[in-house]
Ligand binder design. Structure first.
Ligand code: GLV
Ligand code: MN
Ligand code: MN
Length: 399
């Protein structure tokens, strides 16, 4: 029987990013496919029956696939230069929890499945939780099929190259009916759990969050021959827009707004860009306030762009309102984990998407650095084992 840290150690070389640090494991990259292969192998070793559904979600079954099963799992894709735990901790803990349950001699009253969701981070095709959104119908199959990665490949093409039929993407009633309850274990992504005290928390809610693309258009030109007063430089507008994003969010208590990705086109040192794309991530508990904040940012961006002789467009890429996890399931998690604090999170999860359709809940494991989406994300071995034990306790109570 392997511990969670031994399981994670066995994939510690997969998708290491020597340039950015940490791991880059975009969905359906060699690294993520290697991790999927690793999961299938680990599930097989445990005698779990593995299937990949029509939306690319892997299911590993302890017991026959059935309606109303207990389901746990997470994701194996990462952000660029991410940590080792965001996603894989939940998958490895689910495998370890099955071992613990069997060692305890638990005889399940219903089947248990471990799931691996594709493109949770949205780091390749732009829409976070794409697998669970497709499963539930929260995104339409046409929109999903046409999403493109940075190289211009569509999600349909890439999925097809990995053995899926994109024509079969979309809400999957049968698969959804199989989820009686969903529990996702995840590394805690802030400083919600102190260094002393419990290493495990029960999730209560996920902050509403969305992504928008801003395209600033100007006049591409020569860096040497174009006088400063003759320029329509979208990079100069983009720089001011980023500051406006920061100021707008800082003026709204509890709001978070980030520009973490920016692409000048064509992107040459001696070239004034013709266009700049920047991606905006905004999070706030109330949809109406988020909407107003994004509109205010858009308004400021238009003024800035006009002043620089440029124009700007804003398009929504994805949105998830604030989620409160199922109250009855949360109570069951709290009862199974006495002394565990209850924590809200500002990070998105497949459990958040699923919560709109099936009872869902989360368990968080201490991250002593309080840093995530970064190589500095960390979980101590003992805490990881405590997490798998906690997941086993929760699953045992629900089986
Ligand atoms: C995913 O981790 C997100 O919160 O964006
Ligand atoms: Mn995650
Ligand atoms: Mn993440």
């Amino acid at each position: 029987m392997e511990t969670v840290s031994q399981l994670l150690e066995s994939i510690s070389d997969v998708g290491r990013d020597t340039a950015r640090g940490g791991y880059s494991r975009p969905v359906y990259s060699t690294a993520e496919l290697d991790l999927r292969g690793w999961f299938v192998e680990q599930a097989g070793r445990r005698g779990l029956e593995v299937e990949t559904d029509r939306n690319g979600i892997i299911w590993a079954w302890w017991g026959a696939p059935q309606k109303g099963a207990l389901v746990t799992g997470s994701h194996l894709d990462s952000v660029p230069g991410g940590g080792a735990f965001d996603g894989p901790l939940g998958v490895a803990s689910a495998l370890a929890a099955v071992d613990v349950l069997r060692q305890r001699g638990v005889q399940p009253n219903r089947s248990l499945a471990i799931t691996v969701f594709p493109e949770e981070e949205g780091s390749r095709f732009g829409v976070a939780c794409l697998g669970s959104r497709l499963l539930t119908g929260a995104i339409g199959p046409d929109k999903a099929r046409n999403l493109r990665d940075a190289d211009g490949n569509t999600f349909a093409e890439v999925s097809q190259g990995n053995g899926l039929d994109p024509e079969h993407f979309g809400r999957d009633e049968e698969a959804l009916a199989r989820i009686g309850d969903f529990v996702e274990l995840h590394v805690e992504q802030g400083r919600g759990l102190g260094e002393e005290g419990p290493a495990i928390a029960v999730g209560s809610s996920i902050l509403g969050h969305g992504r928008w693309k801003l395209t600033v258009s100007g006049q591409g030109n020569h860096a040497g021959t174009t006088l400063m007063q003759d320029r329509a430089d979208p990079m100069v507008a983009a720089a001011q827009i980023i500051i406006a994003v920061q100021k707008s969010a800082a003026a709204q208590p509890d709001a978070r707004a980030t520009v973490g990705r920016l692409e000048p086109i064509p992107g040459g040192t001696n070239v004034i860009a013709s266009r700049v794309q920047l991606w905006l991530d905004v999070r706030y508990p109330e949809d109406a306030v988020t909407g107003a904040l994004v509109e205010a940012i858009h308004g400021k961006a238009q003024k800035i762009a006009a002043f620089e002789g440029c124009s700007v467009t804003l398009t929504e890429e994805s949105y998830s309102g604030t989620v409160h996890f199922d109250a009855a399931l949360q109570r069951q998690l709290e009862n199974a984990l006495p002394g565990a604090p209850v924590l809200a999170t500002g990070a998105g999860h497949d459990a958040g998407v699923l919560a709109g359709y099936v009872p869902s809940g989360m368990i968080f494991v201490r991250n002593p650095t309080g840093i995530s989406h970064s190589p500095e994300e960390h979980v101590e071995d003992d805490d990881a084992d405590a997490g798998a034990g906690a997941l086993a306790d929760v699953l045992e109570g629900l089986l």
